[in-house]
Design a protein around this ligand. Structure first.
Ligand code: F6P
Length: 351
């Protein structure tokens, strides 16, 4: 009897989701496995919403952004009394031998619990533009987002120079500054502000003043949405938190631009890159990376090794225990910050 395997994509989408489905689907189809797509992340499992993948041309799928299956932030552990039994019922109804879960920390965290607490056969694939998952050097979607942010900063420099302005560019990243750091370094931003280090308006302005004194007409400040901004020893960022206890984000680039303009009388503008960082086709690296991760997940299914996530370590595909991947967020390492301190983080002090 052939295996029956489900697949879902959960959380915020990321370029490369379709390529991961392609890598998984092609490998499983070749092994005679029946693949069932569940729609809109965990909602598809809880409410039993499926998509037929039998006639899907996986090959052509890989170039497209978004997710063929749709995505959502629904999680069975928001209302576990109701939704964990519904999850198990869907497993039984479809006689699933495995579920491949393509997602970030929240989505894979639910897969980990369902595997450990309910003995459901789970395999994970790491996805998030934030790159904040442990156990893998990178997640697919991250470099596509970095590309968008880098190009935006490159392009903004010309208009900033025409008008002799500071451009403050806000990148996604509530807890980790990976996109901001990589794009900021690549675009030679004059300052980079990340959640891993509190930003101080005084230091930022002193640094920008040096740029101006050295004859610079323009400056790019890259700031991650989750950066906490301080002035005169006080935190200016809101203390409001969401239902999970995480700081609510929004408006940091505008705040920084206002402060720079006030303190330096240097005209400043801000731009929030927002969901553009998740939009459009994946870059070639992410297509191939996601394909490889999907194919590795298929191998885990065929070997019946559950409770693992496919990952990348030093260029090689590895299998990482799901609980290790979701145990804590991978933030910018001290080593990374130190390596670039001299030219892109002089304006921040260590936390
Ligand atoms: O986790 C991915 C991410 O894009 C974050 O970088 C961002 O803060 C968040 O999702 C935005 O979520 P939403 O699509 O719900 O606005």
């Amino acid at each position: 009897m052939s295996l029956r395997v489900g697949v879902l994509t959960g959380g915020g989408d990321a370029p490369g989701l379709n390529a991961a489905i392609c890598g998984l689907g092609r490998r499983l189809r070749a092994a005679g496995v029946k693949l069932i797509g569940f729609r809109d992340g965990w909602r598809g499992i809880i409410e039993d919403l499926t998509t037929d993948l039998d006639d899907e041309d996986f090959q052509q799928l890989l170039v497209h952004g978004g997710s063929l299956l749709g995505s959502s932030g629904v999680n069975p552990y928001r209302q576990p009394q109701r939704d964990v039994p519904r999850t198990k019922a869907t497993f039984a109804r479809h006689r699933l031998d495995a579920l491949v879960v393509i997602g970030g920390e929240g989505t894979l965290g639910a897969a980990d619990r369902l595997h450990r607490e309910e003995q459901l056969p789970m395999v994970g694939v790491p996805k998030t533009i934030d790159n904040d998952l442990e156990g893998t050097d990178f997640t697919f979607g991250f470099f596509s987002a970095v590309e968008v942010a880098t190009r935006a900063m490159d392009d903004l420099r010309s208009t900033a120079e025409s008008h002799s302005r500071v451009m403050v560019v806000e990148c996604m990243g509530r807890h980790a500054g990976w996109i901001t750091a990589y794009a900021g370094v690549a675009a030679a931003a004059e300052a980079i502000l990340v959640p891993e280090r509190p930003a101080h308006v005084e230091e930022l302005c002193a640094n920008l003043e040096k740029v101006r004194a050295a004859g610079g007409r323009a400056a790019i400040v890259a700031v991650a949405e989750g950066t906490r901004v301080h002035e005169d020893g006080k935190c200016l960022s809101s203390d409001a938190r969401d239902e999970f206890g995480c700081y609510l984000t929004g408006g940091v680039a505008e705040l920084v631009a206002q402060k720079v303009q006030q303190r330096l009388s240097w005209e400043a503008r801000h731009l929030v890159l927002g969901h553009l960082q998740r939009a459009g086709k994946p870059i070639a690296f992410d297509r191939i990376f996601a394909l490889r991760l999907g194919a590795r997940a298929a191998r885990l299914v065929l070997e019946q090794r559950f409770g693992y996530m496919a990952g990348l370590r030093n260029g090689e595909m590895v299998d990482v225990p799901l609980h290790q991947a979701v145990a804590q967020r991978k933030t910018l390492s001290g080593q990374f910050l130190d390596r670039y301190e001299s030219f892109f983080l002089p304006i921040s002090s260590p936390a």
